[in-house]
Design a protein around this ligand. Sequence first.
Ligand SMILES: CC(C)(COP(=O)(O)OP(=O)(O)OC[C@H]1O[C@@H](n2cnc3c(N)ncnc32)[C@H](O)[C@@H]1OP(=O)(O)O)[C@@H](O)C(=O)NCCC(=O)NCCS
Length: 424
Amino acid sequence: MAKALEGVKILDFTHVQSGPTCTQLLAWFGADVIKVERPGEGDITRGQLRDIPDADSLYFTMLNHNKRSITLDTKNPAGKAILEELVRTCDVMVENFAPGVLDRMGFSWERIQEINPRIIVASVKGFGPGPYEDCKVYENVAQCAGGAASTTGFDDGPPLVTGAQIGDSGTGLHLALGIVTALYQRTHTGRGQKVLAAMQDAVLNLCRVKLRDQQRLAHGPLKEYPQYPNGEFGDTVPRAGNASGGGQPGWILKCKGWETDPNAYIYFITQAPVWAKICDVIGKPEWVTDPDYATPVARLPRLKEIFATVEEWTMTKTKFEAMEILNQHDIPCGPILSMKELAEDQSLRETGTVVEVDHPKRGKYLSVGNPIKLSDSPTEVTRSPLLGEHTDEILSEVLGFDPQRIAELRESGALGATRRLAAE
Ligand SMILES: CC(C)(COP(=O)(O)OP(=O)(O)OC[C@H]1O[C@@H](n2cnc3c(N)ncnc32)[C@H](O)[C@@H]1OP(=O)(O)O)[C@@H](O)C(=O)NCCC(=O)NCCS
């Protein structure tokens, strides 16, 4: 079956996490993603957090499926000339180098446009224009600078980062949307354009509800926050623990076995339309009519006590038992699932959200597949490339070089050593 982005050629000049997430998605949608890597070492993540000696790390393999790899020393004049050829041929160039790197390499936006006015140049940077635009940025820096850390954690503790990679993978997702949008616009204009996704901006976009709350503060306390009614509200959005952040109060509650199992918890939402059912399930039928509990507004100052009472009930059930009972009554809730439970979840395997991939150096491993399902463009996850695995293939198929020219290029040092893993 044809894929949505079939025929689109991506010059993937990305590394680490944010850029590779983006180009992996585009590859899953059918684009031909040509990953340009530095000879010898390649993407630094090939060798980071290694679990198996001499094999590309899971860090790398799980972010670079369905791509081809070419090694190119872009500081070598012949290597630079090949990069120029790739710019001429490709539809999109994606990069997430530190600010200024592409310019130093001789590929300013102006120069790239001269080579190929149809190309879309998509970049992840830590910050947009402003005081920090020249800074290098990693995941947690973005979580801190984008507002996530100051609003995550408990009120009496320090700011917290989250395990969800909202700075890196979150920005990669934003960039992918920018790229397909620019490709669509190009169908009318014939022109390429620059696409920028700054990590601070992407994190702030995902923290939109907290900027909402910042403005609500001017009109009184945030009544769904655990600080209400006893705590103090300052002039900035406080950390809200496990409060829901939406209009329906929620909290994480202990379940049977919590003393020994760190994930024996459930997220419980006291959704207003099912309040009567909640009261029945937890054995508090009198709360349905009691004016102190009957309405959402009346419940707000009593949430702590309400959740403590619900917890007395959830502690008598495992998280899965509680989930089953609550679902029968349409009461929104969710078990706290560990990575082990997710890895073993059969339904996620069946939808392709968790996939098993085979790799020549490391054998079988699990990965997260494409979380976005298109009915007419199914995703088949294939393994990540070895460093430089497709160098000759790309030079001949994509750029039309003959074997003699490829041999000369190899002599020149522009390609480095091929068919080897980083740090071999
Ligand atoms: C992630 C980051 C901090 C890493 O920084 P870094 O390891 O110093 O890497 P850089 O991006 O600065 O690139 C390093 C050098 O490699 C060189 N390089 C990269 N690919 C090359 C190739 N194929 N051939 C020759 N040189 C190459 C670059 O030219 C650059 O050299 P220069 O500094 O002499 O100009 C930085 O890239 C960054 O801030 N990126 C933007 C934000 C981002 O995406 N962060 C999240 C990462 S998950």
